[in-house]
Each structure stands twice: as structure tokens, then as C-alpha cells.
Design a protein around this ligand. Structure first.
Ligand code: PEP
Ligand code: MN
Length: 390
């Protein structure tokens, strides 16, 4: 009798355990499902706003940042660096795996999806284990195809969205190559982050924006999300608003801006971080643009102005063609008289005059110099051809 009673008790226990496991599994599946739907919505939303500390430092800091960001109602994703690629040894290199449960906790408290940077297969494995919703590949990783491939191999079979930052050097092939590697392992939701390109010496920017480069990437991947990271472009707080506005004017799909509960005390990138409340103010001051409008008056006016520009561009090209014909003639004279092509003095004179004239026409010195350099190079090529003709 006692034996029969024991078996029934054991059976009931087993059935109960199975039920509990099943219910929690269903809960996890449902939770994952809603999170996946949230991420999908975020991926299609414009603008996407990603913010959070450069680095996760303590659980309190991560959770408080998340709560204050969520309170603004303007942030879609919480970012935090767990593994930090630092230029020099001895700097804070990230809290490591220990920080992942803090991010999970921040997500639980606020409902904000979480994003971290990954640079190795182990990072990917750990981030996915802790249900990180979006991964990003950092600028120092994008430069190295071995590392990008290692990350991609670890991502095979996963459907986590991945953002890829531009490489630190202005090489679009590396950036495109990273995207292609992600596509090849089956990642469907891929986005780009423009964080500027490193330069030598003291300049206005920590990383020069070189806007023509992300614009070219937009041309190559017209349907892909591209987010601007004004924090790493500026390296300070004062420039953030203007850079964010510029990216909005250039039709970027979102912003990644670093925020911290006490920016001056941040363990990394202290100079460029802002409080969640300052971020909300900044976002409030941005003039969000529409890419297109059906408003008739605007459309007609715009079409007219574009027509004028097309016309002027045609004329400029025709003039440049004429100019090169004259260069050919000069080449012929130089060949007959055996004179060198490059006469530095004359070139410096032309440059100085053009810069002075350009200033009066509201054309920057940088533009004039680049323009004349290109024209000069083309002219030299023409003369070279002429001089070396048989
Ligand atoms: C970062 O986002 O904190 C970071 C390290 O950025 P980047 O890879 O652009 O230098
Ligand atoms: Mn940073």
C-alpha cells in the first residue's frame, strides 16, 4: 500500500515539474517573441535613437542610466560597452562578462532592448547567451577582416541584428566588406554606424566626419539603416548638437549618443558623454526633416532649383572640357620648346589667387584647394599625354 502511495506521489511531482518547465518555457518564448517584435519595429522606425554609457561600470550605473533614458521617452535602445578596445594599455578595458547580467537587469526594469560591442567569437557567444538584442562591431574591429570574419562565423545561424561601425581609416571597401561578410553568414538585419575617421594632430573633431564617405555608403546600400554616432566624431560635448543635426539633414536613419549619469566621472570617454536629461533636450532641439513631401508648391520650387543646378553643372563640365583642350595646346608648346610640365611657382600663384577670390564667393579654402588640385592633376595628365605622343 505504502509502495503504491509513493509511486503516485512521485508521479504527481514529475507531472507538476513538467508543467512548471512547460509554463516557464512558454513564458520565455512569449517574452522572446515580444522582444523580437519590438526589435523589428525599432529596426524600421526612423529615427532610431540608441543611447547609454560608453562603458558599463557598475550595476547601479547601468540600471540608473537605463531608467533615466527610458523616462525621457525618446530612446529606443540602451547601449553599453562591456569589452572596450583601448588604444593604449592601462586604460579601463571594460568590465567584461560580469556586466551582461546588469544589462539584462536594465532591460527587465525598463523594457529597453540592449546593445553591446563584440569583437571576438567569445564576445558573440556570451552576448547571445545573455539575450543581448543588438550587437555592434566597433571601428577598430572593422579594420581587421580576420576579426570581422571571426565574429561573423560565430554569428552563423543567429538572427540577431548587427550594426557595423566604419573602420577608423577612411576605407570604404573595408566597411562594405564587413557588411558583405555579415550578409554571407545570413544576418538579415544589418545597419551601419558612422563614427568618423581618425586623423593626425589636433583638429576640431576627434574623428573627422568626412560626410562624403557615409553618403557613398548610402548610395551603395540604399535600403540599409545608417546611424550617426556624434559622440565619437566630436570627442566633446559642444559639437554634438551640430553633428547630430547635420546627419539628420543628410537623411541618416538614427543616432547613437553616449550618455552617463555623471559624465565627468565616466571611466571612459568622459569628455563626450552627456546626461540622459541633456540628451532629451538635444533631441528636442533637432529639426527633424522629411526626405520627401507631396506638397505641390515645395515640389515645384525644388524641381526648378534642381534644374538650375543641373544646367550649371553641365556648363561647368563643358568649360572644364575647354580648359583641358587649352592644356593640350600648352603641352604641345612645351614639347616643342622642351620645357617641364610642372612649374611650381606658377601653380602657387594660381592657388593663392583662387583662394582669395573663393573667399569673396563664399567658397571655402578647403574646397578651392581640392578643386584646383583635381583640375591641376587632370591638366598635368593631359599635358603628359601630349608631350609623350610620338
Ligand atoms: C564605443 O562605441 O564606445 C566605441 C568604442 O566606439 P568606436 O568603435 O567607434 O571607437
Ligand atoms: Mn566610447
Amino acid at each position: 500500500m505504502l509502495f503504491y502511495y509513493d509511486i503516485v506521489t512521485i508521479l504527481i511531482r514529475v507531472i507538476l515539474k513538467i508543467c512548471v518547465i512547460k509554463i516557464s518555457k512558454i513564458e520565455i518564448i512569449n517574452k522572446t517573441k515580444t522582444m523580437n517584435e519590438t526589435i523589428q519595429k525599432i529596426w524600421e522606425k526612423r529615427p532610431v535613437i540608441i543611447s547609454g554609457p560608453c562603458s558599463a561600470e557598475t550595476e547601479e550605473q547601468v540600471v540608473e542610466t537605463a531608467m533615466r533614458l527610458a523616462k525621457t521617452g525618446k530612446v529606443d535602445v540602451l547601449r553599453a560597452g562591456i569589452w572596450k578596445p583601448r588604444t593604449k594599455p592601462g586604460m579601463f578595458e571594460g568590465i567584461g562578462v560580469k556586466g551582461l547580467p546588469w544589462l539584462a537587469q536594465a532591460k527587465k526594469v525598463t523594457g529597453l532592448p540592449i546593445a553591446v560591442e563584440v569583437a571576438t567569437a567569445k564576445h558573440v557567444e556570451m552576448a547571445l547567451q545573455f539575450d543581448v538584442d543588438i550587437l555592434w562591431i566597433g571601428a577598430r574591429t572593422t579594420v581587421n577582416p580576420f576579426s570581422v570574419q571571426e565574429v561573423c562565423d560565430a554569428l552563423r545561424g543567429s538572427d540577431v541584428p548587427v550594426l557595423i561601425k566604419n573602420p577608423i581609416n577612411p576605407d570604404l571597401e573595408l566597411w562594405s566588406g564587413g557588411i558583405e561578410r555579415l550578409q554571407k553568414v545570413g544576418i538579415k538585419d544589418i545597419g551601419m554606424i558612422h563614427r568618423g575617421f581618425s586623423n593626425y594632430g589636433n583638429t576640431e573633431f576627434r574623428n573627422a566626419p568626412m560626410w562624403h564617405l557615409p553618403i557613398e555608403m548610402k548610395r551603395r546600400f540604399p535600403d540599409m539603416l545608417i546611424v550617426c554616432d556624434p559622440s565619437h566624431i566630436c570627442g566633446n560635448r559642444t559639437g554634438l548638437q551640430a553633428v547630430a543635426q547635420e546627419s539628420v539633414d543628410l537623411d541618416f536613419g538614427g543616432l547613437m549618443i553616449e550618455s552617463h549619469i555623471d559624465p565627468d566621472k565616466a571611466w571612459s570617454d568622459a569628455k563626450q558623454q552627456i546626461t540622459p536629461e541633456r540628451l532629451a533636450e538635444m533631441l528636442g532641439e533637432i529639426k527633424w526633416r522629411l526626405e520627401n513631401t507631396d506638397e505641390k508648391e515645395f515640389v515645384t520650387a525644388l524641381a526648378k532649383l534642381r534644374e538650375q543646378i543641373n544646367h550649371i553643372d553641365d556648363e561647368l563640365l563643358a568649360l572644364l572640357g575647354q580648359r583641358m583642350k587649352i592644356s593640350n595646346k600648352i603641352g604641345e608648346y612645351k614639347r616643342e620648346n622642351n620645357i617641364t610640365i610642372l612649374q611650381t611657382n606658377r601653380w602657387n600663384e594660381i592657388l593663392a589667387k583662387a583662394v582669395a577670390r573663393g573667399e569673396k564667393l563664399d567658397l571655402s579654402q578647403d574646397f578651392i584647394t581640392k578643386y584646383l588640385d583635381a583640375v591641376h592633376m587632370e591638366s598635368i595628365n593631359h599635358q603628359n599625354r601630349v608631350m609623350n605622343e610620338d
